[in-house]
Design a protein around this ligand. Sequence first.
Ligand SMILES: Nc1ncnc2c1ncn2[C@@H]1O[C@H](COP(=O)(O)OP(=O)(O)O)[C@@H](O)[C@H]1O
Ligand SMILES: [Mg+2]
Length: 316
Amino acid sequence: MVLGVTSPAGTKPLTARPGSAVALDRVTKQYRGGGGIEEVSLEVAAGEVFGFLGPNGAGKTTTIRLLLDLIRPDTGHISLFGLDVRRDSVAIRRRVGYLPGDLALYDHLTARELLTHFCHLRGGPPWESVQVLVDRFDLDLDRPIRALSKGNRQKVGLVQALMGQPELLILDEPTSGLDPLVQQQVHAAITEAAEEGRTVFLSSHVLSEVGRVAHRVGLIRQGRVIAVKRVDELRDRSLHLVDVQFVDGPEPAALATIPGVGTVQQRGDAVHLEVTGSLDPLVRQLSRYRLRDLSVREPDLEESFLNLYEAGHALT
Ligand SMILES: Nc1ncnc2c1ncn2[C@@H]1O[C@H](COP(=O)(O)OP(=O)(O)O)[C@@H](O)[C@H]1O
Ligand SMILES: [Mg+2]
């Protein structure tokens, strides 16, 4: 018998899915009165930043609370690091940093008292490591929480989630309601965590935001995950949006016959075209006319995702 290869009868393997930090398998949770999530399956690899995108009420917070074993699914299975979230909740908790969406802090404490308290609860990451986070977020530790702005409270929440350098960060709408400067700091902290090899699962209702920090994006609507895409795949679509202002141009309808040109619309002084694939045929045609202005841009992430969604693409 080779030690370490065969496990004694009856013991379960420690890691059900090596390499996956988060795995939901056909998870359903329905609240009385409707709402919840249905048959959600997702897998997030270790080291990946996963953006969980959806409008309000879509089921993001429900999913996140299920991941943390704060609520239990009706059916389906959830594991973190290959460990069952229910059976192994104690072992998992030490490896996860969590920023809730509805962050409730003890108002009468100062940020220092609160963070010290969290530090003890976590089994004591050294204070110096917490101080590094405090410095980077430029947090005033000696004011009572109740005297802090929303942005500064959220920073306290973030320091609490990041302290001890957990392998997995679960952040529920971490930038919601924050001013752009603090949003940037939050994005930087996420990117940095990713660079250090941590896994990040963050929810948001703003695609441009998750597109900036995430490797993959999952879209949830009305409790169902309807698409999961790599962000570079979204950006990579060969669609271009072209606006042309002619000095003397053709009838817009004539442009619609050019290979690759889809939609053609007159928008004020300009003609707006959506071009798939090579721009070459269009450019050749345009060279016959005198132009006042020409702009070509790629669709932003929001437009790409909506196109994808509306086109009813298969889920991956
Ligand atoms: N504790 C609860 N009891 C009953 N319904 C709930 C509860 N929490 C959420 N819901 C409902 O479930 C749906 C999903 O909510 P939620 O997961 O909070 O969405 P999101 O975080 O995407 O905004 C909503 O329709 C919401 O009203
Ligand atoms: Mg929510």
